[in-house]
Design a protein around this ligand. Structure first.
Ligand code: FAD
Length: 418
């Protein structure tokens, strides 16, 4: 076929979860997923892979094995979306038409978004769990002391806590191997604080204090000079005139608003952008800080200008954390609205309230489960919060992260069961 009732672009977490949900509800729908990759990854476990406590091959399954039964997999790359004619162009197999389109392409890494990043990633002491968590583990194993710098970009990123989780695990690991005494751990963030939801901030600040981590806020990474092992930050705090470099780090200022920190190891999240097929389409937000991301209503997840188009997952311009946990709450909303529209029923009144969650691993065997919704308000999954105080570090939450969540992901979430 070249015409589908529902066409989904992207067979990652969002695309598969939604397709599975729709199939469960309506067997007769003709659904297809456009996805070029033969692999499907469980990315949340990459934090653990980076810390040497999870096997990388266990985070992969074949794409074929996760495509829900009865759903067509078009193994191709979507290259253009033409919403006026309900058409999606692909690289190899031509054009497809749809009654309803769901955009689930996730985010793309912009390796040119920080000068020198591309080259730096090829050097032995610069790593990213986002790109290759196995390398991160190698970097930790080889670290002999000095400055261990952890940072993140100014763009939105997947799982906002991930750049910190690997830092907390690194601290733990360096203490075990005895190298911590001769090193500085630095968290440099463009933000004003380490985490925006106040109920969890206190716990995380205690963790940072206990671990003697040096936090630098309003630091935006702009250049990596990998020949000299130095990273340049632009200070984002206008009005603050006096700058005192931290001598322990051999930090130095350069010009009015640049700070340079030498590193012995560097971990970072790369800048994220929406994939080209969305960014260059009429579906993207045209202006402002969300420019390029998919322009959907924050509660219904329906496109703001095309009523037969929806978004699910990281690609959407939503003021909340980009996580798989968020998708677990988004997919049922999109499914309900789509099915109501397909059957010409009244609009569904299901709303997405911005739920997202971030399992903050604070050491081997310790985790704080931060759950929140729009406006940085605390939220909680009623089942878990009934039994444990998720604002505190808990061993039970570590077990959930390492064993429970991966099992739930493959066996329940991707099957549209929860
Ligand atoms: P993805 O799962 O990334 O899938 C997008 C798919 O679209 C890909 O398969 C891609 O090939 C495809 N695609 C892209 N462009 C096109 C195109 N033009 N045509 C066709 N197909 C296309 N989440 C949590 O909930 N908890 C965590 O603890 C957590 N930790 C994380 C740690 C790390 C290091 C990382 C990297 C992520 C983490 N996440 C976590 C985030 C989570 O993995 C993502 O939010 C989730 O996978 C997003 O799903 P998605 O479907 O939007 O995108």
């Amino acid at each position: 076929y070249t015409h589908y009732h529902v066409l989904i672009i992207g067979g990652g977490t969002g695309g598969i979860m939604l397709a599975a949900k729709l199939r469960r509800e309506q067997k007769h729908l003709r659904i297809a997923i456009i996805e070029p990759s033969k692999d499907h990854w469980y990315q949340p476990a990459w934090t653990l892979v980076g810390a040497g406590t999870y096997d990388y091959p266990d985070t992969r399954r074949s794409e074929a094995s996760v495509i829900p039964e009865g759903v067509t997999w078009l193994q191709d790359l979507a290259t253009e979306i033409l919403p006026e004619t309900n058409t999606v162009r692909t690289e190899k197999s031509g054009d497809y038409n749809y009654d309803f389109l769901v955009v689930a392409t996730g985010a793309k890494y912009d390796l040119d978004g920080i000068e020198g990043l591309r080259e730096a990633l090829k050097t032995p002491n610069v790593c990213s769990n986002y790109i290759d968590p196995r390398k991160t583990w190698g970097v930790l194993l080889n670290f002999k002391g000095g400055n261990a710098v952890f940072t993140q970009p100014t763009t939105p990123i997947k799982c906002g806590g991930a750049p910190q989780k690997i830092m907390y695990l690194s601290d733990d690991y360096f203490r075990k191997t005895g190298v911590r005494g001769k090193s500085n751990i630095i968290f440099a963030t463009p933000g004003s604080t380490i985490f925006g939801v106040k109920e969890f901030l206190g716990t995380l600040q205690e963790v940072v204090k206990r671990k003697e981590i040096i936090v630098r806020t309003f630091y935006s990474p702009v250049r990596i000079d990998s020949a000299r092992n130095e990273i340049h930050f632009k200070r984002m705090q206008p009005g603050e005139q006096v700058f005192t470099p931290d001598e322990r780090l051999q930090e130095r200022s350069e010009g009015a608003d640049t700070v340079v920190i030498p590193y012995n190891m560097l971990h970072l999240a790369p800048p994220h952008v929406a994939p080209d097929v969305v960014r260059n389409s009429p579906l993207a937000v045209a202006e402002g800080p969300n420019k390029g991301w998919l322009d959907v209503d924050m509660h219904t997840l329906q496109h703001k200008r095309y009523s037969n188009i929806y978004g699910v997952g990281d690609v959407s311009a939503l003021p909340t954390g980009k996580t798989g946990a968020a998708i677990r709450k988004q997919a049922p909303v999109v499914a309900a609205h789509l099915l109501a529209q397909i059957s010409h029923k009244r609009q569904s009144d299901k709303k997405y309230e911005g739920y997202s969650s971030c399992p903050f691993i604070t050491g081997y065997g310790k985790m704080v489960l931060a759950e929140f919704k729009y406006d940085n308000l605390r939220d909680s999954d009623p089942l878990i919060s009934k039994f444990v105080d998720t604002t505190k570090e808990q061993y039970s939450m570590w077990l959930l992260k390492k064993y429970g969540l991966p099992w739930m992901y493959w066996n329940l979430m991707l099957k549209g069961i929860m």
